[in-house]
Write a protein that binds this ligand. Structure first.
Ligand SMILES: [Zn+2]
Length: 182
């Protein structure tokens, strides 16, 4: 995670999750660098330092926890591969077809030559707008792959446990790197 990019969260209970405070380098996180946020409205209910604010992308995490109750952790990062992969998918409103590689099994896709699609959203400076788009689309049709990609920005991946989300984040990075280099 370059600079202070990305944000990491984990569910605390059915109604709350912990998320990294804004503006921190993710390789140097400490226990006090997380805020407790309410899923229903994204409000901060606990912080250890008054100057801490939640990550700018908290609205997306809150949306995913709200939509998918079995989600235990949610990870978002930025990568060159992700940006290159979306640059080659010009059409708006279309998903990004993932390559039919063995690594797709990391997302529980077990078909032969699967047609797996990654949900792709347009980037906006106002992140709540991205969160609204995510909610609207996933409410209608939950994604088969527990991940999404924001154009020219980066992926968000979720899973039942922190380790599952972490594994899938790495799997998706592998698949996007493949697409970017092809
Ligand atoms: Zn971001």
């Amino acid at each position: 995670m370059a600079g202070t990019a990305g944000n990491l969260s984990a569910r605390a209970d059915p109604e709350h999750f912990w998320i990294t405070a804004s503006g921190l380098p993710k390789g140097r996180l400490e226990e006090n660098d997380f805020l407790l946020v309410r899923i229903a409205d994204g409000a901060v209910v606990e912080r250890t330092r008054a100057e801490q604010s939640p990550s700018a992308e908290t609205a997306i995490h809150a949306t995913l926890y709200g939509l998918f109750p079995d989600t235990g952790a949610c990870l978002h990062g930025h990568s060159v591969a992700a940006c290159l992969a979306t640059a080659r998918t010009p059409a708006k409103g279309k998903g990004l077809r993932l390559p039919p590689l063995e690594m797709l099994k990391g997302f529980d896709v077990w078909e032969h030559r699967p047609k797996a699609e990654l949900a792709l959203f347009e980037n906006h400076v106002d992140v709540t707008r991205i969160a609204r788009d995510v909610r609207a689309r996933f409410r209608r049709a939950p994604p088969k792959i527990s991940a999404l990609l924001v154009r020219d920005h980066g992926p968000t991946v979720w899973g039942r446990t922190l380790q599952t989300a972490y594994n899938r984040f790495e799997v998706l990075d592998f698949l996007l790197t493949y697409l970017a280099r092809r």
